[in-house]
Design a protein around this ligand. Sequence first.
Ligand SMILES: *Cc1c(COP(=O)(O)O)cnc(C)c1O
Length: 386
Amino acid sequence: MTKPVYMDYAATAPVDPVVAKEMMNYLTMDGVFGNPASRSHGYGWQAEAAVEKARRQVANLIHCDPREVVWTSGATESDNLAIKGVVANFDRPHIVTSSIEHKAVLDTCLWLESQGCTVTWLQPQSDGVITVEQVSNAVTDETVLVSLMMVNNELGTINNIAEIGAMLRSRGVLFHVDAAQAAGKMLVDVTSMPVDLLSLSGHKVYGPKGVGALYVRRDPRVRVSAQIHGGGHERGMRSGTLPTHQLVGMGLAFEIAGNCLDEELRRLESFRAHFLEALSVLPGISLNGSSEQRVPSIMNLRFDGVEAESLMLGLRDLAVSSGSACTSATLAPSYVLKGIGLSDTQAHQSIRFSLGRFSTADDVEFAARQVLEVVRRLRSVRQTAS
Ligand SMILES: *Cc1c(COP(=O)(O)O)cnc(C)c1O
């Protein structure tokens, strides 16, 4: 049996084989298995050198100083560390975020709200974008932190982080950005984007799962209180023995991402155009979210008159996602799609297709044919029934 065509890169990506091979060298007795914190022998020094190389590789992709990179277990932890770590230095402050953030940000802010913080939940425009005016209007004298994502994981839409960041910097408000879906998918450059904290994930960029990083700006300095206490690793911000093989994997994955970004963007842009073009022969298929301000790899499509659940059943040869991976186990409509103003019915007619490094022209061709066939069939059944 052949495997379904993978079109769920926004949920996770396979590890690049080059990365997987390199990780193997940091596990066993004949590899670099030492504890990077061991200062008394070569096993430790070698591991530390590998970890610091990986830190430079991650720093290079976002154009920051390696000392500004704090290792974590993933973007979920980075989001938690950034938001709780800043808020801990204030007395029940005001935070601004949006209603279509990743759960890692939403649930963290909800929890802080239960602890006495005030949270303003911005509603995006129907295109999925948060504007600088909205953020500016929400900021008060009590606001200490704004948290917004760079690329939305369900829609693929892009917020104008540079513009929002410049406004917040001028008003002395800290800015956290979840860039888990942006790194390796578009230019992420903290020298031209005034952000203070930025979350990264290994596995969205062809690195391993269970590893991530938080960029913490040094100038102007950002104070972040540790959320995990222990041996004082990562300059006291995040304790725990560093997982050398994971970090080496993430570092190499980020280096590769930087090297092939332009070429990959061009390829995915052409796949996207091809896919949408092929589907355009049928009426009533539309793209959720802005058609301009977006990364090419994520397409959230709505099929008028077709239940996404039925469509997905018919698309057994494609691995796609309805709503986000976290909510696809439930039948509740996606809060992101509801957040941009879709009705329950419209949200239940939507499917996310996401492409990546190992997608081929044949995959895209095949997917488009399958979608057309199943949508036509479901619509004709519906017509016969009514
Ligand atoms: C995947 C993702 C996360 C969570 O990252 P993990 O490394 O899996 O914890 C957070 N935010 C966004 C936008 C994501 O896409």
